[in-house]
Write a protein that binds this ligand. Structure first.
Ligand code: TYM
Length: 332
């Protein structure tokens, strides 16, 4: 059976609309055709300074949002990265076949380390993509459904898989990035040329799926639009309106062309009112269900424990093969 794997960092109390539209929506659909593995990369969550108690809470909250968004733990494997020690173990091996140059060329490393000041940034930011490659390669997936910003990391995972196979013999499947046509890059509502991210300059630019309906509607209504009045998809000259149309398309499963035709001659305000309604209809129930799930943390933790056991059953033999191939003496 064909397989996919993906994850989102537990770095905020809520996933944002970019995570939802660029990733989670596609994960949910992928479950119909793929054997799917979804996890919460908490090891990645300590590559920047963090609060331990907050990380614990956010890891569980993220799991609740996955399930509320439609990840079905009966069909798919849902787990926490640190529960499966093979991730860190394989990451070390991959780190040792990665060049300093290729690691330091990763754009996310350059951005994040620049933000912290080159000398203060932890080495974990540099080795982050090798850990991500380990996350992926341990499960031999065909595809990795991610937004556009993670493409470079998936490319690195492909290169490392090929390099390992070449040096030590055929071991890893070389995965493809699965990037959606619509919504692979959701932009900040206040600054529609910057991607939506939790480090948004203005809180109004960032739409969290755990926001109240009222807040969601307010943020969409105050979204920056463009000069002129025409509702047309043209990211070059109309980044604001184009972003709204992409989001609208992604959450309603209607094409951008259909929406353009429907809103031809309408005012921006009209589009925003309808979009706010569509986004609330899509993510409101996800938020409410996530809150319900969080009422019973013990039950969530039990689901995650079951998921970790399933994940390990897949990951452990792959790691064992890697250990043997690189020449580690068997422990028994
Ligand atoms: P993260 O946590 O930054 O983002 C999670 C997912 O959301 C997508 N995404 C977006 N899509 C569209 N528009 C946006 N503005 C937007 N912002 C984020 C991301 O592309 C991603 O799919 N390194 C990864 C986590 C990770 C991972 C993995 C992913 C760790 N190991 C293995 C896949 C496979 C990350 O930080 O994503």
């Amino acid at each position: 059976e064909h397989r996919v794997l993906s994850g989102m960092q537990p770095s905020a109390d809520s996933l944002h609309l970019g995570n939802y539209v660029g990733a989670l929506l596609h994960w949910v659909k992928a479950q119909d055709t793929y054997d799917a593995f979804f996890f919460i990369p908490d090891l990645h969550g300590i590559t920047v300074p963090h609060e331990p108690e907050e990380l614990r809470t956010r890891t569980r909250n993220t799991a609740a949002q996955y399930i509320a968004g439609g990840i079905d733990v009966e069909r798919s494997t849902l787990f926490v990265q640190s529960h499966v020690p093979e991730h860190a173990q394989l990451a070390w091996v991959l780190t040792c076949i990665t060049g300093m140059g290729e690691a330091s060329r990763m754009t996310q490393f350059k951005d994040k380390s620049a933000k912290q000041g080159a000398d203060h940034a932890g080495v974990g930011l540099l080795t982050y993509p090798m850990l991500m490659a380990a996350d992926i390669l341990l499960y031999q997936p065909d595809g990795v459904p991610v937004g556009e910003d993670q493409k470079q990391h998936v490319e690195l995972a492909r290169n490392l898989a090929q390099r390992f196979n070449h040096r030590f013999g055929e071991t890893f499947r070389v995965p493809e990035p699965f990037i959606p046509e619509i919504g692979a890059r959701v932009y900040d509502l206040q600054q529609p040329t910057a991607k939506m991210s939790k480090s948004a300059e203005s809180p109004n630019g960032l739409l969290n799926i755990m926001d109240t309906d009222k807040k969601i509607a307010k943020k969409i209504k105050s979204a920056v639009t463009d000069d002129g009045t025409e509702i047309r998809f043209d990211p070059e000259t109309k980044p604001g309106v184009s972003n709204l149309l992409s989001i609208f398309s992604a959450v309603t499963d209607r094409s951008v062309e259909t929406l353009e035709a429907e809103y031809a001659g309408s005012m921006y305000g009209h589009l925003k009112v309808d979009l706010a309604e569509a986004v609330v209809a899509a993510v409101g129930p996800v938020r409410d269900r996530a809150l319900e799930l969080l009422d019973d943390p013990a039950q969530l933790d039990a689901l995650l424990a079951t998921g970790a056991a399933k994940a390990r059953a897949t990951a452990a033999p792959v790691l064992a093969e890697v250990y043997r191939k690189v020449g580690f003496l068997p422990a028994s």
